[in-house]
Design a protein around this ligand. Sequence first.
Ligand SMILES: Cc1cc2nc3c(=O)[nH]c(=O)nc-3n(C[C@H](O)[C@H](O)[C@H](O)COP(=O)(O)O)c2cc1C
Length: 351
Amino acid sequence: MTTEVKTLEDVRNIAREKLKGICGVYKDCDGDPRRLCQGQGYGRSLGIGGIGSGASFNNNFLALRKYNLKMKLINKDFTSDTKYNFFGKELSMPIMAASVAGVNSFGGDKVITEEEFCRSVVLGCRDAETIGWRGDTYTYSFENSYGLNAIAEAGGWGVKIVKPRDQGTIMKFFNKAEEVRCVSVGIDVDGCGSYAMAMHNKPVFKKSIEEIKELISSTNLPVIIKGIMCVEDALIAKEAGAAAIVVSNHGGRVLDHTPGTAEVLSRIVEETKGKIKIIVDGGIRTGYDVLKMLALGAESVLIGRDIIRASVGAGIKGVQIHMEYMQKTLAKAMKMTNCKSLEEVTSDILV
Ligand SMILES: Cc1cc2nc3c(=O)[nH]c(=O)nc-3n(C[C@H](O)[C@H](O)[C@H](O)COP(=O)(O)O)c2cc1C
């Protein structure tokens, strides 16, 4: 007899069992060197951890911990409104699932197949009234286009991020994304640091402004550039005509010793706010973390590793439960800092 999964605790307990030896599903997913995921040798598969020393992964967590929230209570009671408009779609929250791919490469199909994983993320997010982004890895091709298949099943309710492969291949993926009516497409420019692609004969490249412009003009969909960690790259993405950037170090998986994203976000916001949509990810685990990122100037955020645990734990339902938890904790954080709506969130709520 299977027991019904009801709470986030249930989801995480099942994930802990299934991810034995891969991820401890700890209370704090912080990339600390003592964690199971970081106990891997140099040059070995990354698993769910961070690259090299794990410093970039750990810095994401530490950068967020440097900020605290100003509790401000004396006011008439209200319920905070977390609704968010993303490229014309009404979402219940400014929180989406990150473009994560290749989970079966470290877990194996017994943990979850790539097809199940993509369906869980896209359909689970849809059930929570938000959007699941899908990534790209060496097992993906036009024949096995797991992410786009799930997005097609959801009637286009998804975002497809393609690795910085050769121009022709990216354009073919963008074209297919347009056919299935994706909300948006993008490139994770930091994916040029992926060993896995290169090792499996799927080369990835740094991209010039001309190449980014060419990709943007090849599609009618809004294009997102993911993997921005400095003002210079943010300005280039804007100049190339990108619709949005994701301030991200790929969850600390592509270059050792980068700062945490919360550390570089404010400078990027200073230079580009109002000119381009700014999204951020890295180490965001609760609505309290989300609120910190919004207060630092991001418009919305992505959740990476926690979505892997949620989908491994209970598939579509697990992702829905996790996303609803994120929405609830964001609404609570907003209420306790006296923000009725997302427009009222400013850096004043940080202490
Ligand atoms: C196992 C794994 C696979 C990932 N695959 C991709 C990918 O295919 N494309 C991409 O843009 N980012 C990928 N990422 C990075 C995430 O999209 C996101 O930037 C990161 O996980 C956010 O940090 P967090 O895990 O601390 O929330 C991956 C991350 C992990 C952990």
